[in-house]
Write a protein that binds this ligand. Sequence first.
Ligand code: F6P
Length: 322
Amino acid sequence: MKTIAVLTSGGDGPGLNPCIRAVVRRAVKKGLEVYGVRRGYSGLIGGDIISLNSRDVSGILGRGGTFLGTARCPEFKDIKVRRTALRHLNQRSIEGLIVIGGNGSLTGALELDKMGYPVIGIPASIDNDVNETDIAVGVDTTLNTILESIDRIKDTATSHQRAFLVEVMGRDCGYLALQSGIAGGAELVLVPEREGPPMEQIADEVVNAYVEGKSHCIIVIAEGWKPGTRAVEDYLKKRADLGFDVRVTVLGHVQRGGRPSVFDRTLGSRMGAYAVDALLQGETGKMVALRSSKLTLVPLADAVRTLKPLDPEMLELADMLE
Ligand code: F6P
């Protein structure tokens, strides 16, 4: 193999730039020619592919987002579209691809592998919903961003004796809500993986916090939890017996930006270099995974088969600490 390409796809997150940088630098050191695909699979379909050398990735290590750009690309599910993508790769004699992204992006990578094209995936999703790896690139920084926000909210909540509903990202997965709820001392955590509780019980948590003499009540809600943050707000605002006034903070995309933490810079760098070595060893259809601090390769098919379930021990811990 003499030429490879790298792309970032799906939702961005901190740590993508260190990962791209490590791919480029490891590949250059191994004597490979490297290309970067702009805007994920959308750029691949459009042939938006640029040559990269070690200097092109200087100065990006500490920056959030992805300097290659990214996109959501549902069209990539269509085999005709994927054929166009392969055509662009083959026209430039690119012999292998490294895909950095979450479940949807890694599913796209698996489809390319099934079409006979060498591909290695790197898990990068702030939601930490990719199976077979302890953690994905971007999760650590995002959790720290959320935690800083919860700490700030607690300052004002305590000053005013208020209850806060804090909505965090996670369309289908409550990992961010669960971990930040535990680390942020939330009174209640609501995640899509667990139904309920009924509104009356949520209100009881607020009342209990008040009666116990707490100075605030923090409820962390994952974006994907149903019936949703607004429904809780509407219900609680109709109750005059809570003790606390209720306010809502939706953290939104502030969670996805920012300088990557030490952990994400290191993880992204390790995984990027490992992915290049894997391609050079003739591996394909695999994802780089972190397991008990060691990197390994797992089949992409196993990684994307389901969303990673929440750890029941963590759920129990959150309930116990309420
Ligand atoms: O996939 C990660 C994620 O941050 C989800 O938690 C969130 O629901 C979604 O992306 C938001 O995506 P977009 O930026 O495309 O609206």
